[in-house]
Write a protein that binds this ligand. Structure first.
Ligand code: M6R
Length: 604
């Protein structure tokens, strides 16, 4: 989704902005731009397409000591140069970048901007015209004008504003969209994502909603919209540059798939003590014990991870678990139990749909736990409790290691709560041992990449559609596997409960339709799925099977070592991640940057 970078007090502003924007590329965007200024000199450069296209337009004259840059993922208006950020005020003096959606932008245009000449269709251009008007037509100071505009603007935003006549200060404000201050030596920065700045610094300062920050080269001043000063400490981000590089990998997705055994082991370290006993914050355990129902809210892959943990959470904590799609619940909460607890699963911790649910839950006084990969993210800050995924930055749009880490993290929660409750199954569930087996199992799957690549070539290279089928937990993995395949390879793929095929979907099976069947260790479910496999073969389907060894037959395609049933979604999903990866490669597509998608979805 859109990204913001800004810097003040550094004569390399252009390079810092471009390198920062490159680090934000993974979030997804369709145009980009920078504005840089010195006292008396300024340049605005914008381009549709990649950062490389923007860089190609920048010559040695585009220099400054301060600047703001942006990657845009179109919401209002097509991806054109005029709609790309930064945007300028009517006279060109003020320059603004913005993430989010200004809900009342048309009203603002109608009520305040008569006679103004707008170059594009964006809500952002209206905001900068409004600020410019308050300074140049009403005589307010820049700070007063910014504040006045912030009182009028409704919606979600992260703003970074530069006054080209005084480019020694960046005016910053946020509401619902992420934004951070980065502290350099002798200069300071702003960014929507710490990764954009990690080359320059690992010292950051949070900005909370409805705060305004004045970022100068040697000072940071935080205040609320009424002008009251706010004290804020900086913190050190636990990220380093090597975490966000591709190393020798051709794509981030492959690197992240390969990192999964390490992530499993890191989770064991993070959630156990020196005696190998599971350790989870006692406050979190208590909150779960007090709940009469757990509600898991999430989007996309994180929602699928919720399904994959439902049975384990219910059986080990003796508490019913209900799943909800954040974008649905954000608008309409269903009837809740008397003592609900919300668990928000989110790799980024910034997904706007999930945040909308959390805001409502907080207003209703419902305790909440965020399970996220990003410490200090919005969902982490605003929930009652946080459990971290310890997966390291996930850059590829297609989520892989976060999904498996989400299941493993929730396994630690289920085990800890169950044990505290005296649940027999929880006591007997040797999670550390079982997760170590899973890590080894993933390693063997990863050593079979060539086999998987071969199978995919014949099956998915040219097909228009495909199906994943499975029963029980395999059905949940089928949902995730099909999302992975469709989002990057553009193959229309659905994940089905195998038993449902005959109730409609089987009519789509024709000669050569690829069907990938998942059969983990439950013998009864596997034998029923075998029946469904025969039904689709009889109608011409080309079938590929992924099975656990105890239910394997001679002609199965991918055979995995059996793992504990609670953890089978982790090991079953890995071959499907590789299937999506190779199918996308064979179709000549960009694995890491699928069309129309963004890594962190910060609009509702
Ligand atoms: O950051 P989140 O986990 O909240 O993101 C949720 C979804 O946007 C995300 O999982 C998305 O579905 C991925 N592209 C899937 O690979």
């Amino acid at each position: 989704m859109c990204g913001i970078v800004g810097v003040v007090g550094n004569s390399n502003a252009t390079d810092i902005l471009i390198q920062g924007l490159e680090k934000l590329e993974y979030r997804g965007y369709d145009s980009a731009g920078i504005f840089v200024a010195n006292a008396g000199d300024a340049s605005l450069v914008k381009s549709v397409g990649r950062i490389a296209d923007l860089s190609a337009k920048i010559d040695e004259n585009v220099q400054g000591t301060a600047g703001i840059g942006h990657t845009r993922w179109a919401t209002h208006g097509k991806p054109t140069e005029n709609n790309a950020h930064p945007h300028r005020s009517e006279t060109g003096r003020f320059v603004l970048v913005h993430n989010g959606v200004i809900e009342n932008y048309l009203e603002i245009k109608e009520n305040y901007l008569e006679g103004h000449h707008l170059l594009g269709q964006t809500d952002t251009e209206i905001a900068v015209h409004l600020i410019g008007k308050f300074v140049e037509e009403e005589g307010l100071s820049v700070l007063e004008a910014f504040k006045k505009a912030l009182h009028i603007i409704e919606g979600s935003y992260a703003f970074a504003l530069l006054d080209s006549e005084n480019p020694d200060l960046i005016y910053v404000a946020k509401n619902k969209s992420p934004l951070l201050v980065g502290l350099g030596e002798g200069y300071n920065m702003v960014c929507s994502d710490a990764m954009a700045m990690i080359r320059e610094t690992n010292q950051f300062m949070e900005i909370h909603d409805k705060e305004l920050v004045l970022v100068a080269k040697d000072s940071i001043e935080v205040q609320d919209y009424e002008g009251n000063p706010v004290e804020r400490e900086s913190y050190t981000a636990e990220l380093d540059l090597s975490d966000i590089g591709k190393g020798t990998y051709p794509y981030y997705m492959l690197k992240e798939i390969d990192e999964q055994p390490t992530v499993m082991r890191k989770l064991i370290q993070a959630y156990t003590d020196e005696n190998n006993q599971v350790v989870v914050d006692p406050e979190i355990i208590k909150a779960v014990q007090e709940a009469d129902r757990l509600y898991i809210l999430a989007a996309g892959t994180s929602y699928h991870a919720g399904f994959a943990t439902k049975r384990m959470l219910e059986e080990l904590t003796d508490t019913p678990v209900e799943l909800g799609i954040s974008s649905e619940w954000g608008y309409k909460m269903p009837l809740l139990s008397k003592k609900p607890m919300f668990i928000l699963i989110s790799q980024s911790g910034e997904t706007a749909d999930s945040r909308q649910v959390l805001v409502k839950a907080n207003a209703m006084g419902i305790p909440s736990l965020t399970v996220t990969n990003v410490p200090g993210s919005t969902l982490s800050r605003e929930a009652s409790y946080t459990m971290l995924l310890h997966a390291g930055p996930e850059i590829a749009v297609a989520s892989t290691k976060a999904y498996t880490a989400q299941i493993a993290t929730l396994a630690f929660l289920a085990k800890a709560v169950g044990q505290a409750n005296g649940n027999e199954a929880a006591k007997n569930f040797d999670l550390v041992h079982e997760l170590s087996i899973v890590a080894q199992n993933i390693e063997s799957t990863l050593s079979e990449k060539d086999l998987i690549d071969d199978k995919v070539r014949g099956l998915l290279e040219t097909t228009r559609n495909a199906f994943y089928i499975g029963r029980g937990q395999d059905y949940y993995v089928a949902m995730e596997a099909s999302l992975k395949l469709k989002e990057i390879s553009y193959i229309q793929c659905e994940g089905f409960a195998a038993g449902e095929l005959k109730h409609g979907t089987i009519s789509l099976i024709e000669d050569g339709t690829p069907v990938i069947a998942l059969l983990s260790s439950d013998e009864v479910l596997a034998s029923h799925t075998r029946g469904n496999i025969s039904e689709v073969i009889a109608r011409g389907a080309k079938v590929l099977t992924i099975v656990e060894e105890n239910v394997a037959k001679e002609d199965d395609d991918i055979v995995l070592t059996q793992v504990h049933p609670y953890l089978s979604p982790i090991s079953m999903v890995v071959p499907t991640q590789l299937i999506a990866y190779f199918a996308t490669l064979h179709r000549g597509l960009d694995v890491d940057k699928p069309r129309n998608l963004a890594k962190s979805v910060t609009v509702e």
